[in-house]
Design a protein around this ligand. Structure first.
Ligand code: TYC
Length: 101
């Protein structure tokens, strides 16, 4: 009967791999009040008032704005949570995610 011989590991994996990051993107719409968008950005993405206002206005003027990048599960959870806050108020506010290039 042959026995499996376990050799000591001689190669070490380079410890440089990082999880791919995902962008959270805020989309403009015609109905959600500006002030409410600012509130959501502050609450979910921990932005100060100035940054939240700037991000909201960028989405308002350009149609969309990248908010931040996170590991995939964090990005998806925050996008869902923020979209849900709008939904609870009957607003079409929408946050999406996409992988960073
Ligand atoms: N466009 C909205 C309004 O004029 C405000 C708004 C800004 C909504 C950014 C969504 O991502 C958004 N009331």
């Amino acid at each position: 009967m042959s026995k499996t011989v376990v050799q000591p590991r001689t190669k070490t994996k380079p410890q440089t791999a990082r999880p791919p990051l995902y962008k959270v993107i805020l989309l403009n719409d015609d109905y959600t009040p500006r002030e409410f968008v600012v509130q959501v950005l502050k609450a979910v993405f921990r932005m100060n008032a100035d940054r939240a206002y700037g991000v909201m206005m960028t989405a308002h003027r350009r149609g969309a704005c990248v908010i931040a990048v996170y590991a995939r599960d964090v990005a998806e959870t925050k996008a869902k949570e923020a979209t849900e806050l709008g939904k609870q108020k009957g607003y079409p506010l929408f946050f999406t995610t996409e992988p960073e290039e």
